[in-house]
Design a protein around this ligand. Structure first.
Ligand SMILES: CC(C)(COP(=O)(O)OP(=O)(O)OC[C@H]1O[C@@H](n2cnc3c(N)ncnc32)[C@H](O)[C@@H]1O)[C@@H](O)C(=O)NCCC(=O)NCCS
Ligand SMILES: Nc1ncnc2c1ncn2[C@@H]1O[C@H](COP(=O)(O)OP(=O)(O)OP(=O)(O)O)[C@@H](O)[C@H]1O
Length: 295
């Protein structure tokens, strides 16, 4: 009798997640990556206008990577539905990284983005499948379900730039952000993006405003790797100045960002972590809106 009741209670909290649901989640991710690369001006970053501080990639490399990633986010969403151990998602994420490297001739265009977006879609699918998680953001679902394993995972991978930076500056990078439930996305990115959209800014402008908010606050390991602490101080300080002066809501903002772009390129600085989280913010905006509409 107890077994039957438990089984019934379990069914009441479970809901099936369709192939269409997973496909819709992937669409939010691929759209976010397209909007991020197309946005201009973005200090130090690759855009349709130039390659910023990067010598091994251009906008076409990013589009080749995005095309190769088609299917990977659907797969991550499908896997997330069952609330698997992090190692299951990691295997799919590493496979996606291999597809990216194959499409770009070995260039890292989206490693951070695959990690962030992959975890967010897996969490979105898990939340959809389990009604008891309905009140949580995708970020909170990531932290609660996979946070510990994400932090433990650092020990099992060959040393990366991120690991060097972690040892030298104690900056936890993408893993810390994810394990903490994406605080930069949910506490800084989303409020900024939604405020700018509500104020009537177009999508591109709102995304750049969001990027600049990220840059002011994020301990970006890409910047630390390339420019050390003084590079990070410069990036965060100049983003803070830009935001304090009214950011993208003030006339002439594009010109000010082009000046910053030249300054970053001269110092080989690229805020790739902020770019990743601006894309993650766009995807989270779309995914959380779909969730709210579904009720
Ligand atoms: C965890 C990863 C991203 C580690 O990479 P790495 O050691 O280089 O870490 P690091 O945090 O320095 O940077 C990774 C990238 O994240 C972005 N980034 C940099 N700083 C930050 C930050 N503070 N917050 C978020 N993203 C950041 C940058 O684009 C950077 O290139 C990754 O390579 C990995 O382990 N991949 C395996 C696949 C996986 O686990 N997937 C999970 C499911 S999708
Ligand atoms: N528009 C963009 N321009 C440049 N980098 C971006 C952009 N959007 C996101 N990124 C992120 O920046 C990272 C690439 O930066 P970078 O080339 O400095 O990393 P790396 O491969 O670790 O270092 P290096 O090229 O110095 O060996 C990617 O993980 C990517 O997710």
């Amino acid at each position: 009798m107890t077994t039957v009741l438990n089984h019934a209670a379990g069914n009441a909290t479970r809901r099936s997640v369709s192939a269409e649901d997973c496909f819709r989640l992937e669409h939010c991710c691929l759209e976010a990556l397209r909007y991020e690369i197309l946005a201009w001006p973005k200090p130090g970053l690759v855009s349709p206008v130039d390659s910023g501080s990067h010598r091994d990639m251009h906008m076409g490399t990013f589009f080749a990577s995005i095309a190769a990633l088609q299917g990977s986010f659907t797969e991550l969403a499908r896997a997330g539905t069952g609330g698997p151990s992090f190692s299951v998602l990691q295997a799919i994420g590493l496979q996606a990284e291999r597809k990216m490297l194959c499409a770009t001739g070995g260039v890292n265009t989206h490693r951070g983005a695959i990690f962030n977006l992959g975890l967010l879609v897996a969490a979105a699918a898990l939340r959809r499948s389990d009604r008891t998680l309905a009140g949580l953001t995708c970020g909170a679902v990531v932290a609660r379900t996979w946070g510990r394993e994400i932090l433990a995972g650092r020990r099992h991978r060959p040393a990366s730039h991120g690991d060097h930076v972690f040892r030298k500056y104690a900056a936890g990078g993408a893993r810390s952000e994810a394990a903490a439930g994406f605080p930069t996305v949910y506490s800084i990115g989303l409020p900024t993006l939604r405020r700018l959209l509500q104020a009537g800014h177009d999508r591109e402008t709102a995304l750049i405003g969001t990027l600049m908010a990220m840059m002011e606050h994020l301990p970006d390991t890409n910047v630390l790797w390339r420019g050390g602490e003084s590079g990070l101080d410069l990036v965060r300080g100049s983003a803070a100045d830009f935001n304090r002066m009214g950011g993208v809501s003030t006339a002439g903002w594009q010109g000010r960002l082009q000046v910053l772009h030249r300054a970053f390129v001269a110092r080989n600085l690229s805020p790739g972590g902020s770019a990743d989280l601006a894309a993650a913010t766009w995807a989270a905006h779309r995914i959380e809106t779909l969730h709210a509409q579904a009720g």
